[in-house]
Design a binder for this molecule. Structure first.
Ligand code: SF4
Length: 347
């Protein structure tokens, strides 16, 4: 169980079963757990005083035993073009994270962070420049969604784990977050509407596959050969492309879920026709989709590309029979590369 420095249990990170056990230990009736779980995960109150159908005595006891994690909105940037909202949140310990709420035809999807900073060192990513500080708790990942829903008044139907951090490097907390997110007594989001993006922590992909959660696995591939992948993604020196794709095949075999490969296009690095040919060869036989992303400009790095280059690269892949799209640019008028907002605020 996760506790605060003052020893109070982080109640938002508890499953309903765990909450039931703690309440029984406190000599409370079992049914109270469902009631409290609903106040937290359906009505989304942020203090025990608001749980109006509990006695004042019980509310006091809860306040002594538990804490409810909440996030403070430091900055809120709203796109005038497409209703994308980018949040900079402050965590209870003073660290900052980013969350993006996006509007699609089928509904609202949120992009959440899973760590404060990142250890993975991908060269094109602003999230890694200031280094890694800590993992987010399940409650802190969940609270990004609850806070955005409350603030925006928009119902969120899908989530992508693609914000700051490597989700599989915070494996246990992320799995617990997914369990809470999809709880029938809580937010009840179908994991079919969730995508988890990883730079390729191979052993964890095998572990995730065994859980058979039904979410979409999104692999940050970004290159078609080991040399150029290692140049931009140090993780490739630990798990090379062959090992990564072997794990992806196993993931598909077990879950039957199509894999999405992310390809951040960098002019002059991975955008040639030869790259496309190599990529098509690598993905031959996969049930997959390639998502081409024109790389974000980061002031510390020299990388660029634009939609024109991305469309050209997509054309190469289509000719080679690979299913590919160019990621839609949302919130272009508030754009800041992932992790950039946090850095500008903290440094
Ligand atoms: S791209 Fe993802 S894994 Fe790589 S440094 Fe950025 S946040 Fe970490």
């Amino acid at each position: 169980m996760y506790t605060d420095p003052d020893g109070r249990i982080d109640i938002l990170s508890l499953t309903l079963e765990e909450l039931t056990e703690v309440l029984i230990e406190m000599n409370e009736m079992k049914f109270r757990a469902k009631q409290i779980f609903s106040w937290l995960h359906v009505k989304r109150v942020t203090d025990f005083g608001s749980m109006s159908d509990l006695s004042a005595q019980l509310r006091q006891k809860l306040d002594e035993k538990f804490c409810i994690k909440s996030l403070f909105i430091v900055k809120r940037l709203e796109s005038k073009r497409d209703n994308t909202v980018k949040y900079l949140y402050r965590l209870p310990d003073g660290n900052h994270i980013e969350t993006v709420l996006m509007e699609y035809e089928h509904g609202n999807t949120i992009c959440v962070s899973t760590q404060v900073g990142c250890k993975m060192g991908c060269r094109f990513c602003a999230s890694t420049i200031a280094g890694y500080k800590r993992d987010l708790l399940p409650s802190e990942i969940l609270a990004q969604i609850y806070t955005a829903e409350r603030d925006s008044g928009r119902k969120i139907g899908g989530a992508v784990l693609m914000g700051i951090g490597e989700p599989l490097d915070n494996y246990d907390n992320v799995i617990r977050f997914l369990e809470l997110l999809s709880s029938k007594d809580g937010m009840n989001m179908s994991l079919r509407h969730v995508s988890l993006s990883t730079c390729g922590l191979v052993p964890k992909i095998y572990e995730l596959a065994k859980l058979g959660l039904g979410l979409t696995l999104s692999i940050s591939l970004h290159a078609s050969d080991n040399k150029s992948r290692s140049e931009i993604m140090p993780v490739n020196d630990r798990y090379n492309i062959d090992e990564l794709l072997k794990a992806c095949r196993e993931y598909f075999k077990i879950t039957g879920r199509r894999i999405s490969f992310e390809y951040a296009l960098i002019d002059g690095h991975n955008d040639s026709r030869e790259d496309a040919v190599r990529l098509a060869k690598l993905l031959d036989g996969f049930v997959c989709h390639v998502n081409i992303i024109p790389v974000n400009k980061i002031k510390e790095r020299n990388f660029t590309s634009d939609r024109k280059s991305a469309q050209r690269f997509r054309g190469y892949l289509e000719e080679l029979g690979v299913n590919a799209t160019v990621r839609r640019t949302l919130g272009a008028d508030i754009d800041a590369a992932c992790g950039q907002l946090r850095r500008e605020y903290e440094i």
